[in-house]
Design a protein around this ligand. Sequence first.
Ligand code: FES
Length: 101
Amino acid sequence: MEVLRDYGLPIRAECGGACACATCHVHVAESGRLPLSAPEDDELDRLAEIFDADDSSRLACQILTGPQTDGLAVRLAQGSLRDDSLRDDPLRDDFVAGGVS
Ligand code: FES
């Protein structure tokens, strides 16, 4: 989640990474799923509360970043956009790099 903020993406992330709000919901691109650790129970509980969550869903604040996430591509879920006025922004539909080098 901090990486996404560092890239200037408009992610809400209202609880600051405490796994309490689910406003950092992202969809992980198919090619980016393998290196990620499995979600913990708290994350799965939050994801179960999101109507548009699917098999590609993760909470960005729960993804441990490091060399293993280099090149990871995610898409911000619509409900995770910080400002409703950005919903027509092309960033919404673009996959963006969120890796750490
Ligand atoms: S920032 Fe709240 S759950 Fe991720």
